[in-house]
Unconditional design. Structure first.
Length: 150
């Protein structure tokens, strides 16, 4: 995977696409930017860049240990909720969590979706996954990971 600084913002990508003489020239010239890395490669690189062990991220994310290691090996495709739990495990803010969701090929968080707003607020304010789960619970919303309190 290329280094994280090589990624263009969505706005930059739109600019390159619309200023290209054809879609094919954009696709050919932009190969390094148009392909997303695999999730396992991406999260492994995040660990290396942040000098954090996958085990620590998995524990902070409150993900079952063996399943978490399968995510890092690339043998499992996580749900959107699991990706969000990983974002908490990495201590990400909303911007970085949105990138993680994009790499995992899941929908971005949206502030008009009440549950997404709670999760985004937790990410942006440095809450743990447990604190965020508590807020979801207190507001009668589904918990991340599919657990329900009803």
């Amino acid at each position: 995977m290329t280094d994280k600084s090589a990624y263009l913002t969505t706005e930059e990508m739109w600019g390159r696409l619309f200023s290209s003489p054809s879609v094919n020239s954009f696709m050919t010239a932009g190969d390094e930017y148009t392909e997303l890395p695999g999730l396992s490669d991406y999260i492994t690189e995040l660990c290396s860049a942040g000098s954090v062990k996958p085990e620590v991220v998995i524990r902070r994310a409150n993900i079952e240990r063996s399943y978490g290691h399968r995510l890092f090996r690339g043998s499992r495709n996580p749900s959107r909720d699991t990706v969000l739990q990983l974002a908490f495990g990495f201590g990400m803010d909303v911007k970085d969590a949105q990138q993680l969701l994009k790499v995992a090929r899941h929908a971005a968080l949206h502030p008009k979706v009440r549950r997404d707003a709670v999760i985004a607020f937790g990410l942006e304010n440095g809450w743990s996954v447990i604190e965020t789960q508590q807020c979801l619970y207190d507001n009668d919303m589904p918990l991340m990971g599919g657990a329900s309190h009803v």
